[in-house]
Write a protein that binds this ligand. Structure first.
Ligand SMILES: Cc1cc2nc3c(=O)[nH]c(=O)nc-3n(C[C@H](O)[C@H](O)[C@H](O)COP(=O)(O)OP(=O)(O)OC[C@H]3O[C@@H](n4cnc5c(N)ncnc54)[C@H](O)[C@@H]3O)c2cc1C
Length: 511
């Protein structure tokens, strides 16, 4: 591949900014190639080694064990192992518990709107079960998330969403243990955060996503997975010699396969051009912060225990997790805070974030914003003049045109499956999506086609708006800029769409 071809193609860029999460790279997997050459044929090609690809590989081998079948799976990764969004994110596993409920209900009906929320809420237990079952060291911590609303109008809308979901699905709301706080003084006392006018807390978690993904890849390799890093997929075409098979081409040769699972998120259209109008690279930013003395052990107010969503207004949300140490003794070791967002500095300049894959560059204004953040928001914070910020980095999120992931078989490509477009909110969605897609693919491997019962299981498991239907596949609607309140399309998109849906989705979407 010539260098000009490489720079035009949507692939990860070189010399990317170093995120906190890559400070302990996996020396075995980082540049691994399980076999020196690519095999000529396999049962399944998985494209991408982020959390989605890792979970899919893990589940595929579980499915194979259930079927009592040996399968050959290869994972192709364009760069180092797991060096995309999974290595650059906020580590926050936070379901959305009610914001946007009314707008999704207006579009899909209440039952589907509720399914979108219960699906996300289920992820926390899925992570906990997985980490426990496989004894994975990824600093997983289950706590409560606190959403802090700073604007009265945003809070009023949030309250209406909460009341609407509670009235329609009281058992789900009670089961999710959502607690709302209306008194600003009480809110500050509980959270240590100044200036909020309304808050809601509910179970959430955080973990080291890179460590979880690489641990799963190790397990899959133990069961037969072939991992090939620095091997970008360039195209997926119908085999001209073997009907019903696909030819997956890389600079190191081609592989023939019956099944491909695309888990390349933001970069999907780099080799599947049909996704050019469906999944867009959107650049975001995060940082790591060393807790100030005021927020360390033995001090008052002491270590931060909740995760946070700072809701400055619709669509403008910062998020933060307090790491709880490293290793087997909870609370001991690195306790960095990971903070992301900082949209105020760049959102108005579309070129800085929309269709932008340059995670080798800082987002404008991010360093300054993060430096002032803790002192501005946390009572009694006594950090240094740089806000105790250690690392600042950028990352590329895969935004889908309608702001929800695409999961399923590509309508005009039997055997090619996509699980991508997580729109900055992958952690609570990836476990359920990757398990569902893996069982669909397993059915195809076992039977040569997807059985009706496998299709039904898939449809029951996933919220309907995630399904990769023909309608979504051919849709030309793009809500991304409008959801962020930007761009010429804003007016048109708002006129053509349910404005409430856009407003609700804007609140869900996150950079
Ligand atoms: C700054 C930032 C903060 C975030 N914060 C959060 C958060 O706190 N909570 C949350 O839920 N979500 C968050 N997200 C989103 C979350 O990180 C993603 O939803 C999730 O990591 C997606 O995982 P993935 O495996 O689908 O994609 P990725 O991790 O991006 O993996 C895709 C992989 O595919 C590879 N690839 C690309 N093209 C090719 C090709 N042609 N051939 C082979 N391989 C290819 C890439 O190199 C990459 O390794 C954040 C994202 C960013 C960038």
């Amino acid at each position: 591949m010539s260098s000009s071809e490489n720079s035009d193609r949507l692939l990860p860029v070189k010399n990317r900014l170093e995120p906190f999460w890559l400070c302990e790279r996996d020396p075995v997997l980082q540049n691994a190639r399980t076999t020196p050459e690519l095999p000529r044929a396999v049962d399944v090609v998985v494209v991408g080694s982020g959390l989605t690809g890792a979970m899919i590989a893990y589940h595929l081998y579980l499915e194979a064990e259930k079927m009592g079948k040996r399968i050959n799976v290869i994972m192709l990764e364009a760069d180092e192992v797991c060096s995309g969004a999974t290595a650059r994110n906020g580590g926050h596993c936070k379901p959305i518990p009610f914001v946007g409920f009314r707008s999704e209900a207006a579009k899909h009906g209440q039952t589907i709107a509720n399914h979108l929320l219960t699906f996300e809420a289920a992820a926390l237990k899925q992570y906990a079960d997985l980490v426990t079952k496989e004894d994975i060291s990824c600093d997983m911590h289950v706590t409560r998330a606190f959403d802090i609303f700073f604007r009265e109008d945003d809070a009023a809308s949030g309250k209406k969403d909460y009341e609407a979901r509670k009235a329609a699905f009281p058992r789900d709301v009670a089961g999710q243990d959502i607690r709302t706080v209306h008194d600003p003084k009480e809110l500050e006392k509980l959270t240590g955060i100044k200036g909020g006018c309304y808050g809601a807390s509910y179970p959430a978690g955080h973990l080291w996503p890179y460590k979880l993904a690489t641990a799963l890849i190790h397990i899959a390799i133990g069961k037969g997975l072939n991992l090939q890093t620095h091997t970008p997929v360039l195209s997926i075409k119908e085999s001209t010699t073997q009907p019903g098979q696909w030819e997956v081409t890389t600079p190191r040769g081609s592989i023939t396969t019956g099944q491909v699972i695309v888990a390349s998120n933001a970069y999907t259209s780099g080799f599947l051009p049909e996704f050019k109008d469906l999944i867009f690279p959107v650049r975001g930013t995060a940082c790591s912060i060393t807790p100030a003395p005021s927020h360390s052990h033995g001090a008052l107010p002491g270590p931060i225990k909740y995760t946070y969503g700072f809701r400055h207004g619709p669509g403008e949300v910062d998020y933060m997790i307090p790491r709880q140490g490293r290793g087997r003794i909870p609370g001991v070791g690195d306790r960095s805070l990971i903070l992301g967002g900082a949209k105020g500095g760049f959102l108005n300049d579309l070129t800085q974030w929309y269709d932008n894959k340059r995670d080798d560059q800082y987002m404008p204004g991010a360093k300054e914003y993060f430096a002032g953040f803790m002192k501005k928001h946390f009572a009694d914070w006594n950090g240094d003049e740089k806000g105790n910020v250690d690392k600042v980095w950028s990352g590329v999120l895969g935004y889908s045109a309608d702001l929800l992931p695409y999961v399923g078989e590509v309508p005009d490509k039997p055997g090619v499956f996509v699980c991508a477009g997580f729109t900055g909110h992958g952690m609570p969605r990836i476990p359920g999506c990757s398990a569902a897609i893996s069982s669909l693919v397993a059915s195809r491997i076992q039977n040569g086609f997807i059985t009706a019962s496998a299709q039904k299981t898939f449809h029951d498991a996933l919220p309907q708006p995630y399904w990769l239907t023909g309608e979504r596949y051919t849709s030309k609607v793009n809500l991304i800029k409008a959801a962020m309140g930007q761009g010429d399309e804003t007016k048109g998109a708002l006129e053509n769409s349910d404005e409430a849906v856009l407003a609700g989705r804007a609140v869900r979407a996150k950079l």
